[in-house]
Design a protein around this ligand. Sequence first.
Ligand code: NAD
Length: 253
Amino acid sequence: MESKMNRLENKVALITGAAKGLGEAIARGYSREGSAVVISDIDLDNLKKVEQDLSESDAGILALGLDVTQEEQWKEVINTIIERFGRLDIVVNNAGIGTHGNIETTSFDGWKKLLNINLDGVFLGTKYGVEAMAMNGNKGSIINMSSIAGIVGDPELLAYSASKGAIRLFSKSAALHLAKNKTGIRVNTIHPGYMNTDLIQLVPDPDEMLKAVPMDTFGDPDMIAQGAIYLGSDESAFTTGSELVIDGGYTAQ
Ligand code: NAD
């Protein structure tokens, strides 16, 4: 896993929510594969630690504060990337939160807050990513982080499932527009199952969750990084509007 393959050589990638968890794993994977990596998050302390860890990268690493719900911050971050690297090839819209609640317990405020981060953030990241890629020969790859909860329902993840299901069809719709307009900009989703990150630690009974996973284990964040490397690289040049499920068999049942 640690050997350098350079599958992302000469690429510039922006990853949101990269201070920990899956975003951090993707940043490490991208750096290993030769991409210049811009990591962003609202958690600046952890972000700086990841930047420090990857400071030996030949292609470059840059940490930028970005709250994905803030349109002006998106504009500033994209401008900074173009100034620094001259191009943007990959955007991984990974930042997201999870909250528990069913149709009776979810408040309207809680619903709006979650959709603001998980869905509006992905809309803005895709929109401004496409704008930057349009200036770059109309080529690039946008990867939007959905979930198994974007494929099957969960009574206690009402707002989360709604956001992840919306990301799935939003991404297909954007992909179709970009393909039909003869751009080389691709949009795909990743659907992780239960992965070993802080998000999972918040769950009251992880053992109970494991019973639903045919492979009987939580996934390693690097498994999602491997999927993101494929979708970001030219190996997936004919792949758009697709959904990459990495879930230990959860949604096969
Ligand atoms: P995590 O909680 O470990 O990390 C999420 C990161 O997003 C944090 O660093 C946090 O600071 C950042 N973030 C939160 N709000 C933000 C905002 N407004 N702007 C910018 N950054 C913000 O979570 P994770 O498990 O790494 O999940 C990453 C993504 O993968 C999420 O979209 C999540 O829904 C999805 N996902 C995770 C799992 C899993 O099992 N861990 C499964 C399916 C999908």
